[in-house]
Ligand binder design. Sequence first.
Ligand code: TYD
Ligand code: MG
Length: 455
Amino acid sequence: MSKAQAVFVCQSCGMTHTKWAGQCSGCLTWNTLVQETFSTPPGGLKPETSKISRLTKLNFETLDAEDDAPARMVTGIEEFDRVCGGGVVPGSAILLAGDPGVGKSTLLLQVTARAAMNGLRVAYISGEEAVEQIRGRASRMGVTKAPVDLAAETSLRTILDALKRDTYDLVVVDSIQTLWSDAIDAAQGSVSQVRACAGELVRLAKKSRTAMILVGHVTKEGQIAGPRVVEHMVDAVLSFEGERGYPFRILRGSKNRFGATDEIGVFEMGDGGLREVPNPSALFLGDNDERSSGSAVFAGIEGSRPVLVEIQALVAPSALGTPRRAVVGWDSGRLAMILAVLESRCGLGFGGKDVYLNVAGGLKINEPAADLAAAMALVSALLDQPLPKASVIFGEISLSGEVRGVSRMETRMKEALKLGFSNAIAPSTALENAPFEVKAYSHLVNAMGAFDMNG
Ligand code: TYD
Ligand code: MG
């Protein structure tokens, strides 16, 4: 007899409760507890003998430790390989998370196709599309010749059986929310199902040295279990981002046991699928050389690469009692901070005005180094004066209005020089090794000198 135990699981954070409650005590969201049943297999759980081995493999002949850096499987899609840390590690589990429709299935079909062409044994299991649909998509992307094994399946047991029969180097499961395990008495897509299915697949990955890529949809409603419950089980979490209406898609590592997490991969979505953008530095600049008021160019760093981005600000008289503050691609808390510093340290008035700040091209910036560029764009919009021609801007702003140095300033300026910029508005510490003219400021008040304040 199997023993069933009823528990209440929060569909938002995955916390289990023994009693029902209106609010989850873990994440404080309301109405997210759903009853689910866990059952133990008949006869209880079988103990497995575990194999214990040493951290260093000593070679006793020479008493040298063998170099045991994890081997990498290179898929051939360079932007993807780089975000993974230089290829996919055998036996690792990766979660690819993103909004529905952002292009996760497209990306992974391209990755599997290229990997298969490069000689890896690859399977693509879809719980969302029929095999014919996947073939249709593949033919539009021109990858029909790749020897990828396809399956349309949602039953975990069937998938595990199939994966135990054949050995693969790389398996994609699209998506983890569509799988169901018959060992668990809970709805498809619920936290218990997602957790159990992901757990089984990760275990199989470790045992069989197969790299497993799990797709997870992010939903805000919390009704379908977010991929958050899977995050701690996998070795790497990649998120695929993009604004609707823009062709650019960014692959970002947010957790990686085998590589750096600040790396990004840039793609462009077109009719034939995703195209890699190996040199994204000028991508988010726009075509217009003549910049109008409110536009500033930020010399940023994304992962290991410099990226130049246009930051646009608009300041307009407000008809509302509480003026609007709207941001796209930037943190609203950070905008509030910069406005406060501009008001209290530089004596500029944004009260009674609506303020909009937009990062061009659909990129999301989270570097504090963009503070100065955002502040200059805001002041330029407020005064209706364009910034000096061919300038790039970078620098962090503290609450006292001090302009602080940021990392890799020389790299930022060199990239700007390459793209035809001739000067920088930057912290004083940027003067060293500057490849071109730098208007250096140590305080935001002094940076106002870049504008003609009487104009
Ligand atoms: P998809 O990979 O199905 O998204 P996800 O798996 O993340 O839900 O991508 C769906 C979107 O991508 C869809 O809106 C259409 C667009 N798309 C293209 O623009 N070009 C293409 O070649 C393909 C395959 C999709
Ligand atoms: Mg999909």
